[in-house]
Design a protein around this ligand. Structure first.
Ligand code: ADP
Ligand code: MG
Length: 549
């Protein structure tokens, strides 16, 4: 093997660069749509076969490419959109790097048919793995049709990394629906293997685009957002708090017409909903930000879907204020409900939460405890056996969820910090979930590579061993991807560690309070892990058992 340094031939550098621009079929679709939007198209048609690996065809009615420019379009760094770097400060197009067509061409076969408005007759050009071919005359309408065939056929490694046909097709669908929302005046349509699967009306009204992308039923629950601050406009639609989803799939944010990925913008949006939505639920919102091109840096990543702002805090603040403004118009004037506080003498065994509102008279009459594990009670319709641990878990879980949603988690500082030994996975989880742990009421400091110091725990869990609690929570966070379900499981673990155990002796007062609290939860029948908290023997069952029926 040669150790000399040498400059790589262009076909190699192009293939390498193509890895960044077109890492998967959906990225090629995105680039072709960008170009059609930049060409001023009023409609864009996308046809894909075999998840785009066989063909991707994008047809538009835009400006087209003049014959003498056509071969140039496939040159790396050939663009009609900017001439000098400072033009980025005035950028009004989605593209500017001049490398998309060259990159796609390096890893596929391309055919272009196009005609610009000034030409009598159009042109046709084929490009094979980046190799230029001659340009011929062809009669074709004004606009451009680009057909990309056998994507990645000449880069087997890339092809191996492409996921299932279904996943890739779904991703392409997401790209197209995002553009349909970002550009409501363009009519988008998609066919998959010849089947029409999506169409947006292109009326210029965001609500019409939303009706095509999400279900039309959500329209009634979307509030109009129109908010202007110096240097940034925020417009769009934001869901009422009654509209929520388990994932962030209903959140779309556009910056100067460009679908972007920006976790902090999403965070600013979700901040506005905090207190309105349960933990683990996400709003629906379609927001367009317009700001001067000089205030946005889109040149961060070749795919141009990440952006940075010169005035980051102001932009986040504007999103937050735009949405809180819309939400506050909904908030009715609610008189404060008096809160009944459960009081006891000394430190109660149960960290019983305060009832959220006046508690109805308990439907269950508590008789006593069986085997230090089950509470026996009577209701109007039979005899109840309640698992004291499961019941307390449910009560604590709901309380904790509410405290976190309200950003009001009472914290119990430890007189002496407790130490806990950590595995490398737990150490990483501690590092990655710092914010979340603080929100949940923990104060934990890393202590060397393999342990941590616990200075405070959520007050609800004050009774449990801090070391065990933290270790269990970190294991949960380490073993699961960061999804809402994983987050809920972590809360369930906290509730489990903090709850009374089977074997704990409870007095009548404590049992009664626990039952009252359980009844006021949203799901009194099951613990956060889904196991039953109570079983019932109906009067009819008892009568049958005693041979009375
Ligand atoms: P960029 O979009 O960054 O300029 P591309 O490689 O995507 O670079 O495209 C190169 C050039 O080809 C564009 O600048 C544009 O002039 C032309 N072009 C590509 N697609 C189209 C299209 N659909 N309609 C009109 N012109 C196009
Ligand atoms: Mg482009």
């Amino acid at each position: 093997m040669s150790t000399r340094i040498q400059i790589l031939p262009q076909d190699v550098t192009l293939k390498i660069a193509a890895g960044e621009v077109v890492e998967r079929p959906a990225a090629a679709v995105k680039e072709l749509i960008d170009n059609a939007v930049d060409a001023g198209a009023s409609w864009i048609r996308i046809d894909i076969r075999e998840a785009g690996l066989k063909t991707i065809r994008v047809t538009d009615d835009g400006d087209g490419i003049a014959r003498h420019d056509l071969p140039l379009a496939f040159h790396p760094h050939a663009t009609s959109k900017i001439q000098r770097f400072s033009d980025l400060d005035r950028l009004s197009t989605l593209g500017f790097r001049g490398e998309a067509l060259a990159s796609i061409a390096a890893v596929s076969r391309i055919e272009v048919q196009t005609r610009s408005a000034g030409e009598e007759i159009g042109s046709r050009l084929t490009v094979m793995h980046g190799e230029p071919a001659t340009c011929t005359a062809q009669s074709t309408p004004v606009g451009t049709r680009i057909t990309v065939s056998d994507l990645f056929a000449n880069v087997p490694a890339r092809r191996r990394f492409v996921r299932s046909t279904r996943a890739e097709t779904a991703r392409i669908g997401e790209v197209i629906t995002a553009y349909a929302l970002a550009q409501p005046s363009i009519r988008f349509s998609l066919t998959v293997d010849g089947r029409p699967t999506f169409e947006s009306p292109g009326t210029g009204k965001l609500r019409d685009a939303v009706a095509a992308v999400l279900e039309p039923a959500v329209l009634d629950d979307l509030m109009t957002v129109q908010h202007r601050e110096p240097g940034v406009d925020v417009t769009g639609l934001a869901g009422k708090p009654t509209l929520h989803r388990p994932t962030r799939s209903g959140i779309h944010i556009f910056v100067n017409g460009r679908p972007v990925e920006n976790r902090r913008l999403v965070f600013a949006l979700e901040e506005a909903y905090s207190g309105y939505l349960m933990t683990g639920r996400h709003p629906i919102a379609i927001l367009s930000l317009s700001l001067p091109a000089a205030d946005v840096d889109v040149n961060i990543h070749p795919s141009k879907s990440e952006v940075r702002f010169v005035h980051e805090r102001e932009v986040h603040g504007a999103v937050y204020r735009a949405v809180t403004g819309a939400l506050s118009s909904l908030r009715p004037e609610v008189p404060e409900t008096p809160v009944e506080v459960v009081t006891g003498s000394g430190t109660p065994l149960l960290a019983l939460p305060e009832p959220a509102s006046a508690v109805p008279a308990p439907a269950l009459r508590v008789f006593g405890q069986s085997n230090r594990t089950f509470i026996i009670a009577e209701g109007p319709d039979g005899l109840y056996m309640i698992d004291q641990h499961a019941a307390h878990e449910r009560v604590l879980f709901d309380r904790l969820t509410e405290q976190i949603t309200q950003r009001d988690v009472p914290v119990q500082p430890l007189l002496e910090p407790a130490a806990a030994d950590l595995t490398p996975e737990q150490t990483a989880a501690l590092d990655e979930n710092r914010e979340l742990l603080i929100q949940a009421g923990f104060h934990i400091e890393p202590f060397g590579d393999r342990s941590c110091l616990i200075r405070a725990v959520p007050a609800i869990a004050a009774r449990s061993s801090p070391g065990e609690l933290v270790s269990a929570v970190l294991s949960d966070l380490a073993s699961t991807p960061r999804t809402d379900a994983a987050y809920e499981r972590t809360l369930a673990t906290m509730a489990c560690k903090a709850a009374v155990k089977a074997g704990d002796l409870l007095d009548t007062h404590e049992m009664r309070e626990l039952v009252v609290q359980l009844e006021s939860t949203a799901h009194p029948q099951t613990c956060p892990h889904g196991r039953p908290t109570m079983i019932r023997l109906s009067h009819a069952q008892l009568e049958r058992e005693f041979g009375r029926r």
